[in-house]
Design a protein around this ligand. Structure first.
Ligand SMILES: [Zn+2]
Length: 139
């Protein structure tokens, strides 16, 4: 264990003023940045966006801490082969402490140039004022 490995678990960080990797049109510091630093996501969509950005930046720590403890994998590895390039949020629904977000996440394999998308409906639940990712169904 070293500071180096702890920093690697938190992934890369873009400059605060660049457009957020989730594609919201806001800057990183006005969008997913604070959630990746531990702020509570205000909605299921905001948590979904922060998790996409965490995939794009390689932030394993945020992926794990935002995953509900009952469904969180024992260990998590990121597929280095894929670049997560764009997120399209199709539909969001929130009722009380439950929420769903339907999205398409677009990826590219830099080695082969192959591209594809993940189309999923993710489920979220709120506990003690914080949203967590529970699970998802691939469409
Ligand atoms: Zn964002």
């Amino acid at each position: 264990m070293s500071f180096g490995s702890a920093a690697a678990r938190r992934g890369r960080r873009p400059p605060p003023a660049v457009p957020c990797p989730c594609g919201s049109g806001h800057t990183f510091s006005a969008c997913c940045g604070p959630v990746l630093e531990g702020a509570s996501a205000p909605s299921p969509e905001a948590l979904m966006r922060s998790r996409f950005t965490a995939f794009a930046l390689g932030d394993l720590a945020h992926l794990q801490s935002s995953w509900h403890p009952t469904t969180r994998p024992q260990s998590l590895a990121l597929d280095d082969a894929s670049e997560w390039r764009r997120l399209d949020v199709i539909r969001t629904h929130q009722e009380g402490t439950r929420g769903t977000v339907e999205f398409r996440a677009h990826w590219r394999d830099p080695a082969s140039g192959a591209t594809g998308e993940l189309h999923e409906v993710s489920r979220f639940r709120q506990f003690s004022g914080r949203w967590f990712y529970v699970d998802g169904e691939i469409e």
